[in-house]
Design a protein around this ligand. Sequence first.
Ligand SMILES: Nc1nc2c(c(=O)[nH]1)N[C@H]1C(S)=C(S)[C@@H](COP(=O)(O)O)O[C@H]1N2
Ligand SMILES: [Mo]
Length: 556
Amino acid sequence: MIQFADEVRRKVYYPDDRRHRLWIKPGFIYALVAIVVALFAAAWIERLVFGMPHIAINEALDQGRISGPHGFPGWIRWTHFFNFLFLTMLIRSGLSILADHPRLYFNDDCTPNSEWIRFTPLKVPVGKRWTAKDDARYLSPLLGLPGYKHTIGMARSWHFLNVYGFILTGIVFVIGLLTTDQWLRLVPTSPAIFSEAWATFVHYATFTLPPEPNGFYGYNALQQLAYFSTVFIMAPISICTGMCMSPALVNRAPWFAKLFGGRQSARSIHFLMMVGFACFLVVHVTLIVLTGFVRNMNHIVLGKDEPTSLGMWLGLTGIAVVVLTWVVAHQIAWRRPRGVQHLNKAISLPLWLATLNRLDPVQTYSARQVSPHMWPNGMLPVREDWLALKANGFRDFRLKVGGLVENPLELSLEQMEQIGRSETVTMHHCIQGWSGIAAWGGISLSKIVEMARPLPSAKTIAFYSFGPALFGGGYYDTQAIASVLKPGAMLAYEMNGAPLGEEYGAPLRLRVDDQLGYKMVKWIERIEFVESEKVVGKGEGGKNEDDEFFDLLPNL
Ligand SMILES: Nc1nc2c(c(=O)[nH]1)N[C@H]1C(S)=C(S)[C@@H](COP(=O)(O)O)O[C@H]1N2
Ligand SMILES: [Mo]
């Protein structure tokens, strides 16, 4: 059990309500059951009516008299191990991310109760303020990395670090396949494989083990198709749907997300791929055990077709190392979160600066596409000055623009309108996974920069909110000046054609469409030009970056 720094943190991370509940839209359950029943029924009918289908056995192959590719060279054995390590780390950290918004949709609005699956016993209450952070759920560290509730900063750091490992492993593996003849073991080369795979399925489905070729020399058809699809179908789809979580990519090239049915459909498919990998893991391990555990372990660990037990013991040690990695990663996430955050930053920040951050957002939505409901986040201001401003419809509000500028400003909402309106309709992406489309009206940030005339030493703008933050203190965040000169970046005082509501950040909020939602400070009080984010708060770039270990530049 982790010791929490204070009671506030304890209540967030280890809340009193830790109930779990899985709910799936009945239609999806019926469809799934129908498919499984149909497959099994077809298998049984075939077996009872026509007899068990015949599967040809390749004698030469079974006796090891084979000229084609066989065995498991070192690069296969090592990539197999690292793949297992990274995949399980991805699943565990992914589950932690999922628990932060425990609902999956096939529509980009994320309207409450339109989800097809939820992992929470709670329905979104009507007529009561219910933020997306209220909606996050506790997840046991036995399942999630790091587990507990609202630990998405650490979960993301681990997820990205392992994504890089997973992709590198995949690249080494595919290069190995293509530069040897090993690809022939995986890639189907004749359509006959499908009928043979079906015959194999009929065996399994009617609880009979099919004649097993010695895996050192060849796979059965179903096995080959399963291996092929994990490598060449599920892994690429997982990577691409993961990319669809990027606000920079989706607000530049929405077509990419639409390949998968949209931003939220991509998120659902990303989840379904995880389920696919998890099912594969269970079936794969079960069959390894059932079809000669000792021999199979020798194959994949030592690359030898021998009945000695060394491979099994080494393999079990490898599995223990992986499990130990889960435990150690969990501990590091709590004891050295800053270290994990910085390690991820060392890789992700340069990578994103070189790629995703170069994509300027373009507006591709129309007012008709505005989401009926936008999940709110953040804690409403309770400060007297904000309450007084609100009582007067924010007529007395003056945005103070100061810091390293030649021309400090004080602007009322009216003055901002007179200076010039900017408008945009874009998709908002929260770090938690939900999205929503809204129309915004406000003053473009390039106008503010132009008027304030930052000194050459100013590289960053800090935005301070009237609102409090989750773990105390006021909310703030920063933007590199270069980021707010991008199209669509504005201080919005209007949302969906009406003055910005209290819930959504009145009187003024930030919009930067190629980044995640937590960068978009609501209830803005003042902004300050500074040398860098290092001089603000704890120096990580914002309240969430400081206290919750979020990324400085979340283009993904
Ligand atoms: N002041 C303040 N601004 C904030 C937050 C907050 O907690 N406090 N939360 C951020 C997060 S995490 C998101 S996703 C968006 C939510 O914007 P919305 O409420 O308009 O959907 O606001 C951002 N701005
Ligand atoms: Mo968010």
